[in-house]
Design a protein around this ligand. Structure first.
Ligand SMILES: [Zn+2]
Length: 75
């Protein structure tokens, strides 16, 4: 939802930059080890937001539990 809104609102090259950056960030379930990129999980990594938060709250698509997901960056 937020991704569609941004795509509509932002210039194309800026949107691609945000998408590219968001794909470097991964979330990992502490219970089952399931992981995927933050972008694929529907998130958008925004610098001022993520510099403070290293975890996000959500439901794991694999084990279906509500968890605090660790957020890590891969280059
Ligand atoms: Zn899980």
């Amino acid at each position: 939802m937020i991704q569609k809104a941004l795509k509509f609102l932002l210039p194309k090259d800026l949107f691609q930059k945000i998408e590219h950056e968001s794909r470097k960030w991964f979330i990992k379930c502490p219970s089952c080890g399931f992981s995927r990129s933050y972008w694929e999980a529907g998130g958008v990594r925004v610098a001022f937001d993520f510099s403070k938060r290293k975890v996000i709250f959500g439901r794991c698509p694999q084990c279906k539990e509500l968890k605090l997901f660790k957020v890590t960056r891969k280059d």
